[in-house]
Write a protein that binds this ligand. Structure first.
Ligand code: EPZ
Length: 418
């Protein structure tokens, strides 16, 4: 079990290079099993979730080999099993993308379902409804989902709620269905577009990804492709907020600034100085920061995956801020941990009322999930004294080389293994 020991109150200065997007990678890797020839995926983040998915493909009978830390060769030319029923599949939520991918290629799939997670129930009813609309029979029992069809037939699917996962899973299955599928009220997140771009390079015919209507003309076969994953919007946002919370001056490199619009607008409103370049953003925080209200929404709104991190920042801004979490029912479990560092927060349903305090003080805290863990690091960086963070395995699932990236900017973070 690893812990991070953070000595706070160090100003972050310098440059940080952002890794490939976790949430794109975890969709693109399962998609690679749909191809009858190898793919090469570049700019993958070196994180636990990527390693777990590769392991799953190996166990299914495909071949994965890393050409370097960020480049993966995946070969499933000879096919894979269509059942991912072993226990470790349940450990990573994105395993559910194997359902859409297997259903597309083999017209049958059986996948062990991911359990709940630390911020509450995460249903997949919309994914399954989409598969059924395409003509699959879907059965759920004993923690397994089984889907099969003689033929998948394109159709029009209206999503009751904007869902990244369901949009991606339906896009996967529909890519190899007969005829045309339209997904209305689709998610517009950058990783939805990234997956569509990869599938199109594999020979799929997908139009409209990034808008709320996606149109997919099914094809019979997909081939492998060489593809470069987009930069991670949430890792970038985490380092931007880190610069702000430490009164720092950081150039966040290898990003798509457009993906950061909702955050840059908020930081600007809070009195942070922002300089935008072609593929980087410089964040300078040398003036008192203002409180602000934040509402999370699907893209291009403010991402829920940056909600804990911005809560840490707002906790040390003068005045009262209100966060409204509109995506997840229960994404405030980490607030108890933030309170241990001195934050003053009152939760009222979907709203968090934050009364700014002058500074955090070090304490022992837990990363209760991935982004909560990121928020703990940010708060610890700004805290007086030493903070000990456990639950680091969550952070490692989504942040590459986390302590070294922060330390290169002047942070003082040590990892200890107990
Ligand atoms: C993706 O999860 C991300 N994960 C999450 O990031 C992110 O928080 C979320 O999108 C929202 O942006 C990955 O991409 C692997 P959703 P996903 O389906 O796809 C409800 C992180 O920290 N819903 O868009 O599971 C659901 O309960 C992770 O990197 C249904 O009701 O999220 C939620 O309220 C955590 N039925 C809302 O929709 C369904 O079938 C949005 O969820 C599916 C979802």
């Amino acid at each position: 079990m690893d812990k991070l020991i953070v000595q706070g109150r160090r100003r972050l200065v310098g440059e940080v290079t952002i890794s490939g997007a976790k949430n794109a990678a975890v969709a693109v890797i399962p998609a690679a099993i749909m191809a009858d020839s190898p793919s090469v995926l570049e700019n993958l983040p070196a994180i636990e979730d990527v390693r777990s998915l590769c392991h799953t493909i190996e166990k299914l009978g495909g071949h994965c080999s890393f050409q370097d830390a960020h480049t993966l060769h995946i070969d499933c030319s000879n096919g894979t099993a269509h059942h991912a029923t072993f226990e470790e599949v349940q450990k990573i939520r994105a395993s559910y993308y194997f359902l859409g991918a297997m259903l597309a290629r083999y017209k049958k799939a059986e996948v062990a379902m991911p359990g709940g997670c630390n911020f509450g129930v995460r249903p997949i009813d919309l994914h399954l409804k989409g598969f059924r609309a395409l003509g699959a029979i879907v059965e759920e029992s004993n923690g397994m989902v089984r889907a099969y069809a003689d033929r998948l037939i394109g159709t029009s699917i209206y999503m009751d709620q904007v869902s990244v996962g369901a949009t991606i899973n339906i896009m996967l299955a529909a890519s190899m269905a007969e005829g045309i599928t339209t997904i209305e009220n689709a998610a517009k997140e950058p990783h939805v577009v990234d997956l569509a771009n990869y599938l199109n390079m594999m020979g799929a015919n997908i139009k409209g990804a990034g808008t709320d209507v996606i149109r997919i003309r099914g094809v019979e076969k997909l081939h492998g492709a060489q593809y470069t994953i987009i930069p991670d919007q949430i890792e970038a946002g985490t380092y931007m907020i880190a610069a702000a919370i430490t009164s720092g001056d950081v150039l966040v490199k290898n990003i798509i600034p457009k993906h950061m619009d909702s955050l840059t607008a908020k930081l600007d409103e809070m009195n942070v100085t922002i300089e935008e370049h072609d593929d980087s953003i410089r964040i300078t925080a040398n003036r008192p920061l203002h409180c602000a209200n934040v509402k999370t929404m699907s893209y291009p709104g403010f991402p829920t995956d940056l909600q804990p991190q911005i809560a840490a920042l707002l906790s040390v801004c003068e005045g009262t801020s209100v966060i409204t979490e509109n995506v997840w029912d229960n994404r405030y479990q980490y607030i108890d941990e933030l309170r241990k560092l001195g934050a003053q927060v009152v939760i009222d349903g979907r709203k968090a009322h934050i009364e700014g305090v002058p500074y955090f003080h070090g304490a022992k805290v837990s990363a209760t999930d991935l982004r909560a863990g990121a928020a703990m690091i940010l708060a610890a960086l700004a805290a007086e004294g030493t903070t000990e963070i456990d639950g680091v395995k969550y952070i490692d699932r989504g942040y590459e080389d986390v302590e070294n990236k922060f330390n290169a900017l002047g942070a003082d973070i040590t990892r200890i293994t107990i």
